[in-house]
Design a binder for this molecule. Sequence first.
Ligand SMILES: NC(=O)c1ccc[n+]([C@@H]2O[C@H](COP(=O)([O-])OP(=O)(O)OC[C@H]3O[C@@H](n4cnc5c(N)ncnc54)[C@H](OP(=O)(O)O)[C@@H]3O)[C@@H](O)[C@H]2O)c1
Length: 279
Amino acid sequence: MLHLFNLLHLSGGNSGIGKETAVALALRGARVIIACRDPERAAKAVREIKMRSHNMNVLHMHLDLANLRAIREFCKAFLQKEKRLDILINNAGMPSVLDWTDDNFSMCFGVNHLGHFLLTNLLLGRLKESAPSRIITLTCSNYKYQKLDFQDLNYNLLPFFTYCRSKLANIYFTQELARLMEGKGVTAYSVHPGYVSSAWTCHYSILFRMLMQVVMFMFFVPCELGAQTVVHCAVADGVTQHSGCYFSDCRPAALRPFAKDPSVAKKLWEASERLVGLP
Ligand SMILES: NC(=O)c1ccc[n+]([C@@H]2O[C@H](COP(=O)([O-])OP(=O)(O)OC[C@H]3O[C@@H](n4cnc5c(N)ncnc54)[C@H](OP(=O)(O)O)[C@@H]3O)[C@@H](O)[C@H]2O)c1
């Protein structure tokens, strides 16, 4: 078990899997920071997390992952205020939507991958100072339906494929991050939470939502269960030897061969640095 937590929780803190992860870690005594784009939803979630965990050390900070400037401002404020960061959970995510971020990236790729990429990089120094520390990034088993196209990383045509690519990027990102952090006390994991009955359908039409209610009721697991593998990677002993791995059902899981190519992971890292303007 890690002894002291200063958990940074991305937006998921206000709903779905993220909120349940926050409750589970607050119950274990973590200081939980949820980073959310909507202050009202964030404040409501903080009240609920405190009430359910009896842990008053829960707070929220403003973060919009669809805006690179906002991410930089968030990190600046975080680093000024917080001296430790033991666990970073890149949970926030957009499902398949055809929209654009403020910086003209496809919404899925911009929020799900580039936003987390920039944020993690800006917080890496504090994670190293807090070693042993862990970085967990939510991905999805749907990664396997697409490959990355480096000529068109900003692909935004078929929404489902856009989502799959962003989630594949999360896997490569974790692998390269783990490689770069080797020997520095910072480990990284990508997590498929299962198919979870969360609020992700809120981005779609009422008809689709009604249909999905039925499907989710029959086949999806509740958010508490969806949070289990995330919590496992955050606190369990024995996971650090699996840095860089893809986890599902609380254990490392096999990836399709194309998703394990270190040269693609490195290429994506370098392309992402250029896209977000990191030196
Ligand atoms: N549910 C599943 O079956 C499933 C399966 C595989 C993977 N996942 C992954 O699990 C993660 C959590 O999803 P969930 O199912 O819990 O969905 P959710 O309930 O919709 O939660 C998504 C969270 O992301 C936040 N978010 C979206 N855009 C943001 C932005 N620009 N800036 C900051 N926060 C933003 C949302 O905030 P708002 O409330 O402000 O919108 C929300 O809190 C996602 O990465 C998702 O891809 C989910």
